[in-house]
Design a binder for this molecule. Structure first.
Ligand SMILES: Nc1ncnc2c1ncn2[C@@H]1O[C@H](COP(=O)(O)OP(=O)(O)OP(=O)(O)O)[C@@H](O)[C@H]1O
Ligand SMILES: [Mg+2]
Length: 285
């Protein structure tokens, strides 16, 4: 009996959060370990379906770095990263699109289906969701570096997402979009998710990764970050590589609240949304 009452208490603990977030949109960037390990993948899609059933609107943007790396390697196409962003040749972008849209996206949609949800897969091209353009060259220590077919968001038309949401589907989006000349562009999933969060007026942007959160110079997790502290982490070089686009995503104008959370923890998304303790790092503008 006691155990049953305990169970009721756990459910009731979520009540104020459900009340607060019902009807609101949460954009979730799915990446890192949570996208690789079977048990974590199951836990993630269960979280999505549960969120949706209690009236919260999850929108998923996924990465797929490891899967893209595997395929580029199989096809002997070299790739290289500058500040956590993949320099994407015309050859590489075809692989990026095939792997993200054709494989990774479908796998997530299927998983959602397998736990009783209804996922719909899209890329930035579908329904005119995202218009993009080529990103400018990156400044590096050896001068400007052309990033190839890497894109940045020009505009978001969220109407396709609104329609899917209203009809009870969970949108799952691959961060690929068309540029001004119709060319396919590869966008960083964190940045893409951030632009969607702004356009959808999302309550939260949740960035799932494979570390405990944003770490300080001593390697300790930071629980709360202000915008200026986050900028300082980048300029001091404490935040490097893949963490840079995450912090910039969190700092974008119009993002209400961003969380970098540890996707190695099963049900990290539920723990983040339904508890006060907050796992990972909260970044407030
Ligand atoms: N200050 C920092 N705190 C935490 N992680 C950091 C920091 N600086 C750099 N990193 C690196 O950033 C990485 C997370 O970004 P990364 O792009 O590798 O993963 P992801 O975005 O979760 O996955 P994907 O890019 O495949 O979607 C961490 O694994 C860590 O090595
Ligand atoms: Mg990344």
């Amino acid at each position: 009996m006691e155990r049953l009452i305990e169970r009721a208490q756990v459910l009731i603990e979520a009540l104020p959060y459900i009340q607060r977030f019902a009807g609101k949109t949460v954009v979730i960037k799915y990446g890192g370990a949570a996208m690789v390990h079977a048990e974590l993948k199951d836990a993630f899609v269960q979280d999505l379906v549960l969120l949706q059933l209690v009236g919260i609107r999850p929108v998923v943007v996924h990465g797929g770095g490891p899967q893209i790396n595997d395929w580029l390697e199989k096809l002997a196409i070299p790739s290289e990263f500058v500040d956590g962003i993949r320099v994407t040749s015309a050859e590489a972008v075809e692989v990026v699109e095939m792997v993200l849209v054709g494989h990774v996206n479908r796998t997530i949609v299927q998983k959602i289906q397998s736990v009783g949800g209804r996922g719909v897969g899209l890329s930035g091209k579908d329904g005119g969701l995202v218009r993009a353009r080529r990103a400018p060259p990156k400044q590096t220590s050896t001068g400007p570096r052309d990033m190839g077919q890497v894109g940045e968001v020009v505009a978001v038309d969220p109407s396709v997402i609104d329609h899917l949401d209203a009809a009870g589907f969970i949108p799952v989006i691959a961060p690929v979009a068309a540029g001004e000349n119709g060319e396919t562009l590869n966008l960083n999933a964190d940045t893409f998710a951030s632009a969607l969060a702004v356009a959808l007026k999302a309550e939260k942007l949740v960035l799932i990764t494979d570390v405990e959160g944003v770490k300080d110079a001593e390697g300790k997790r930071i629980t709360n970050l202000t915008a200026s502290e986050a900028r300082a982490l980048i300029s001091q070089g404490t935040a490097k590589g893949g963490m840079i686009p995450k912090l910039l995503a969190a700092l974008a104008d119009g993002v209400h609240q961003a969380h970098v959370i540890d996707g190695r923890v099963p049900h990290a998304v539920l723990l983040e949304i339904f508890t006060d303790r907050g796992i990972g790092t909260l970044i407030t503008p």
